[in-house]
Structure formats: structure tokens, C-alpha cells
Ligand binder design. Structure first.
Ligand SMILES: Nc1ncnc2c1ncn2[C@@H]1O[C@H](COP(=O)(O)OP(=O)(O)OP(=O)(O)O)[C@@H](O)[C@H]1O
Length: 346
């Protein structure tokens, strides 16, 4: 079954088109990632799906309910964890959950049992009586995940679930997201601007740029769409004689001249690096350095948009960034992509 269906959705703020004629379907039970730089339109899309913002055009259905005509049904079918923490620090973990449960009309033993269940799921059962003001950032995030699940929503929205957390806590939080998806079967839709997060956590990833989805697939499929590993060669002198040989090499799908030599996309780079060195040797091209990189979602984004995420964020209007606590992409898995050298010469 389909958990979310979005058809031709547009959301504008005055002249700013934040979501631009976007269509997508999310399957029941999957962890679905919206990956893109700050300002790409991810939060706006989530806010429309959560009925916090009306669309400018198009339709969206969540758990079978139209966001415009059946807002109450949508709201009772979803859980949301926003970028900004929204817990009462004066209350204990359990009191926060009790308060939330009552808002959803729960009470008595049902609420008590659900609280036990979700606290177990995020390993906070033994900290339930402590004030949330004394929790670490990771514990507070876990409590928010627990709260989002308390009324057993069909779809859980997580807006930048690990932003502002240290690397270890980010990893742990991801593990909890995965666990809750596996153990409860809840569909999870998350936004992130962390490439490694989308890669490690999501069944499918939609890469969002300037309000549009520019690619959508499983992370592995997105990466393999690049055609291979990226091998950077530093050479002494000119790499020109090697370029002619690469044209004839069936395992080299694309190459680009760089300041230090050549960057070549090679099918199974580890297997063909020796062939590359042999070709260079044949042509008298002296190699001073080799770097083999598996493709990652950063290189996918670069090849699709011609810019790195960090560059896109630098270009984006800043009004949405104020107070979000978001930081530019600093820990993408693998290579910092080089600007201006994408695209093959082949
Ligand atoms: N309330 C608003 N009024 C005007 N423009 C807005 C508003 N909210 C967002 N925008 C603009 O809409 C575009 C999309 O912003 P949005 O917050 O949805 O992006 P995002 O990908 O979620 O980034 P972030 O993670 O920083 O929130 C940006 O250009 C942003 O400046």
C-alpha cells in the first residue's frame, strides 16, 4: 500500500517557490529520505504533508487522507519530530509522554502501556522519572522519537532528526530510527542534509534541489548510476597521451581533466586501477598519486546539479536558516567533491 501520494504539489511563499510541481509516492513501511541542501524545500514539503501549511497547488494524501479536505484524519495518522526540540524541560520523560498522550485522547492503562512500550523502544525506561532538562541531547532526541510514536501513527515524519547532535549520538539516533521502523513497521519520512545519514538509513532517497526531486532511488542504485568508482590520478607533466587510451578502454566510462591530472570513472575501480597504471606507463605518463573513491551521494548530487551541497547552501536565501541550528554539510561520507570539474569530456 502507498503511505503517501503527492501529485503536482507546489508551495510558494510570495515569489519564492519552495516546492515546485513535485510528485512522489512513499510505500508503506519504508524509511524514505528527502535529501538536499538547506533551502531545498524539504521542510516546506513536510509541513504541507503534516497539514501545517496549505499547498499552493496540487494534492497530497497521507495514510489515504487528503491533507486539505481531511486534515484531522491526517493528523491522527502521523507523528512528527521537528528540527527544533519541543519537550518541556521542567517535566520528566514520562510526564512529557503523558501530556502528549492526553492531547491525543489517550488515558488509563492504554496510555500507561504505550508509554512503557515506547520508552523501552528508545532505551529510556530507567530514566523516565528524571527531568528532561537533565537529559543529554541524544536522550532528548530519543524521547521525541518515543513521543512521536506514542499514538501508533502510520507515518512518522522526522525533520533533520540528527541535526545539532555529535557524531556518536547521530549514529545512535539513526539506530533507534531503524529499530522503531523494524519493530513497529511505521513508515518513516525524514529530511536530512547529511549524505551519510541518507545513505546509511534510508530504503529510498529523493534528492531534492530547488523544490524539485532530481533523482529518486535506493542509495545503492543512485550511487551505481554514476557508472563506477572515481579514480583521481596526479601526474607529472601532461596527461594528454593517456586520454586517447582511455577513450578506447571499455572499463573507463568518463574522465575529467583536473589541476593535478585526470579524474576517471572506472567500473570496479579496485579491479582496473592496475590497467590504468599500465596504460599510463605505456604512454610515458608518470603518476605521482592515485586516489580511488567509491561513489557516494555527494558525488551523485554533484553530477545531477553541477554543485556540491555546501555550494547550494551558500547560494540559498538565508531566511529559512535563521534559528534552525543547521550547519552546512561538513561530514559527508567520503570525498569533498570538487566544484567545476564534474561532467565527462568523453
Ligand atoms: N516562511 C517563509 N517565508 C518565506 N520564505 C520561506 C519561508 N519558509 C521557507 N522559505 C523559503 O523556501 C525555500 C525552502 O525552504 P525550506 O525551509 O523548505 O527548505 P529546507 O530544504 O527544509 O531547508 P532547511 O533544512 O534549512 O529548513 C527557501 O528558499 C526558504 O528561504
Amino acid at each position: 500500500m502507498v503511505a503517501i501520494e503527492v501529485d503536482g504539489l507546489t508551495k510558494s511563499y510570495g515569489d519564492v517557490v519552495a516546492v515546485d510541481d513535485l510528485s512522489v509516492a512513499v510505500e508503506d513501511g519504508e524509511i524514505f529520505g528527502l535529501l538536499g541542501p538547506n533551502g531545498a524545500g524539504k521542510s516546506t514539503l513536510i509541513n504541507v504533508l503534516c497539514t501545517l501549511l496549505p499547498p499552493t497547488a496540487g494534492t497530497a494524501r497521507v495514510a489515504g487522507h487528503d491533507v486539505q479536505t481531511a486534515g484531522d484524519d491526517v493528523r491522527s495518522s502521523i507523528g512528527v519530530v521537528f528540527q527544533e526540540p519541543a519537550l518541556d524541560e521542567e517535566l520528566t520523560g514520562e510526564e512529557n509522554l503523558t501530556f502528549h498522550g492526553r492531547l491525543y485522547g489517550m488515558g488509563g492503562s492504554t496510555l500507561h502501556d504505550r508509554i512503557d512500550e515506547v520508552l523501552d523502544l528508545v532505551d529510556l525506561a530507567d530514566r523516565r522519572d528524571e527531568r528532561v532538562g537533565g537529559y543529554s541531547g541524544g536522550m532528548a532526541r530519543r524521547l521525541e522519537l518515543a513521543r512521536g510514536l506514542l499514538h501508533r501513527p502510520e507515518v512518522l515524519f522526522l525533520d533533520e532528526p540528527t541535526v545539532g547532535l555529535d557524531a556518536r549520538t547521530r549514529r545512535d539516533t539513526r539506530e533507534y530510527v531503524r529499530r522503531l521502523n523494524e519493530e513497529t513497521g511505521t513508515t518513516v519520512v525524514l529530511t536530512t542534509h547529511y549524505m551519510d545519514e541518507a545513505d546509511a538509513l534510508c530504503d529510498r532517497v529523493a534528492i531534492v534541489d530547488e523544490g524539485e526531486i532530481v533523482a529518486l532511488d535506493a542509495p545503492e542504485a543512485l550511487k551505481s548510476s554514476l557508472g563506477g568508482d572515481v579514480v583521481s590520478l596526479a601526474v607529472e607533466g601532461s596527461a594528454a597521451p593517456l586520454r586517447a587510451r582511455l577513450d578506447a578502454a571499455p572499463w573507463a566510462s568518463e574522465y575529467t581533466t583536473t589541476d593535478s591530472g585526470l579524474r576517471v570513472t572506472i567500473e570496479r575501480g579496485d579491479a582496473h586501477v592496475a590497467d590504468l597504471v599500465r596504460l599510463a606507463d605505456d604512454e610515458g605518463v608518470s603518476i605521482s598519486g592515485i586516489d580511488v573513491r567509491k561513489p557516494n551521494l555527494e558525488t551523485v548530487f554533484l553530477s545531477l546539479t553541477g554543485a556540491t551541497l555546501a555550494e547550494r547552501e551558500a547560494d540559498a536565501p538565508t531566511d529559512a536558516d535563521v534559528g534552525t541550528g543547521s550547519s552546512p554539510q561538513t561530514d559527508a561520507a567520503g570525498a569533498p567533491a570538487e566544484a567545476g570539474t564534474s561532467g565527462g569530456e568523453r
